[in-house]
Write a protein that binds this ligand. Structure first.
Ligand code: FRU
Length: 488
């Protein structure tokens, strides 16, 4: 644990692999009181290579226990992204004894032919050991080069499994009674619906209720073609009849789960009990533009914090909102109330409120109706800083990491990222998490999210707010956070 507090840029309350390469979260499933997290992993290098499924479990999505690698490459190829389900009714017939079977549905990628097929593995011991199905693959390749990332869920009205699969820049839906025989149901993505700047990957389909009505949300990661360059996750809102997804918005509507540059390939947890009822999400906190180059030593990358997804009514229509899960409140070391006040030029939060931790959650509420720009600046003694800001005339939220430390490892890294955000009566809420090498900003109750990573040469321990034109700081809180490594 001392190792993880000593390593430069190591996240202190996000999941990161103990060592070597990580990309997408995989097989996220809740079973027997544990949140499972598998992940794309190459145990021999900090650079992407032959993919395995790394594994960790958690009781709260905050503190993680690392487990041995779950799936190794085999004669069918590398183990690419996929999902896991609890086979409650033993539809696949893998169950032995009373323990329900966990079934992983993943892509086998043949490195020689570059062809991809879908396969199964199962566990009868709460995910501790895995057996590959003897008759893999269960879904052969129909002659298409990009054919991957199965996300499977149980569709109760028809007592069948539904798989969403990324196929070039389309989603294919398949159905199965037993996870072994799959039948194509429909295709989504024709006619220029949504963004097509790159290949579609890691889809997910799930219901959410809004206005007492059930809508279906389809997530599709896209790389490149994200709103701020490179990798990002778009979503569609519509209806699902067990066979086809019907988009409720005009085809040119492009919606994003997160408009920062570092939230990719995220999907939601399977099998969350109805008594909980939340739709829970985690993404990979990096971007293929520079994931292999980021300046960390012993490991590469981390996941986002776990987030709860909901649908909300907005002036533009029904939209997704993401908020940090309440379990993160365990990290609060103390609660500091920041008093309401006018900020005419600068408020030094570090000095006024003795905030000196590079691990911090802030929930700041502003009225910026009379100001033109508001900046929240995290900085260190080396003159490095990251700015999180709102431009009133441009109606944009932004994160600028141009001066945030090490940036020259890849030319597309040093950027200011912007996203549209329309305020009601000048009210701006910034709920954010700073963790050594990342910031996740949930603006206006999670209506807009921006996640960015950065690599300062010394931790950011100073924070101030500055404005052009007076802004009102309304009721606000600051929470210095604990490190999960020091606690463990
Ligand atoms: C997304 C992705 C997936 C693929 C995996 C390979 O980041 O490209 O489409 O399954 O990573 O590691």
């Amino acid at each position: 644990n001392d190792k993880y507090t000593a390593e430069q840029h190591r996240p202190q309350f996000h999941f990161s692999p103990p060592q070597m390469w990580m990309n997408d979260p995989n097989g996220m499933v809740y079973y027997a009181g544990e949140y499972h997290l598998f992940y794309q992993h190459y145990p021999d290098s900090t650079i992407w290579g032959p993919m395995h499924w790394g594994h960790a479990v958690s009781k709260d999505m905050v503190h993680w226990q690392n487990l041995p690698i779950a799936l190794y490459p085999d004669s069918l190829g590398y183990i690419f992204s996929g999902s896991a389900v609890v086979d409650e009714n033993n539809t696949a017939g893998f169950q032995k004894g009373n323990e329900k079977t966990l079934v992983a549905i993943f892509t086998h990628h043949n490195p020689k032919t570059q062809k991809q097929v879908q396969s199964l593995a199962y566990s009868n011991d709460k995910g501790r050991t895995w057996t590959k199905y003897a008759n893999n693959p269960v879904l052969p390749n129909p002659g298409i080069s990009d054919f991957r990332d199965p996300k499977v869920s149980w569709y109760a009205p028809e007592k069948k499994w539904v798989m969403t699969l990324a196929v070039k820049d389309r989603v294919h839906f398949y159905g199965s009674p037993d996870l072994k025989k799959w039948q194509l149901l429909s295709e989504f993505g024709k006619g220029n619906v949504g963004a097509h700047g790159g290949v579609w990957e890691c889809p997910d389909l799930f219901p959410l209720t809004v206005n007492g009505q059930q809508k279906w949300v389809l997530f599709v990661s896209i790389n490149p073609g994200g709103p701020n360059g490179g990798s990002a996750t778009q979503y569609f809102i519509g209806d699902w009849n067990g066979k086809e997804f019907k988009n409720s918005n005009p085809p040119q509507t492009t919606l994003w789960v997160d408009q920062g540059s570092d939230n990719y390939a995220g999907v939601t947890w399977s099998n969350i009990p109805a008594s909980d009822g939340r739709r829970l999400f985690m993404g990979w906190m990096s971007n293929w533009f520079y994931a292999n180059q980021v300046p960390t030593q012993n490991w590469r990358s981390a996941t986002t914090v776990a987030r709860e997804l909901t649908l909300q009514n907005t002036p533009a229509g029904i939209r997704l909102a993401s908020t940090p899960v309440k379990e993160l409140q365990q990290l609060w070391q103390e609660t500091k109330t920041i008093k309401a006040q006018e900020i005419s030029s600068t408020l030094d939060l570090s000095k006024e409120y003795n905030l000196t931790s590079p691990l911090i959650e802030l929930n700041l509420n502003f009225d910026v109706a009379k100001s033109s720009e508001l900046l929240l600046t995290f900085s260190n003694t080396k003159g490095e800083y990251v700015n999180i800001g709102y431009s009133v005339p441009a109606k944009q939220l932004f994160i600028d990491r141009t001066h945030a430390g090490k940036t020259n490892f890849e030319p597309r890294f040093a950027k200011k990222h912007v996203a549209p955000l329309i305020l009601q009566n000048g009210k701006l809420n910034l709920h954010l998490f700073l963790d050594v090498a990342s910031v996740e900003v949930f603006a206006n109750n999670g209506q807009l999210v921006m996640t960015d990573i950065f690599f300062p040469n010394e931790d950011f321990t100073q924070v101030k707010v500055s404005t052009k034109g007076a802004a009102q700081l309304l009721e606000s809180q600051a929470y210095p956070l604990k490190s999960i490594w020091k606690e463990a």
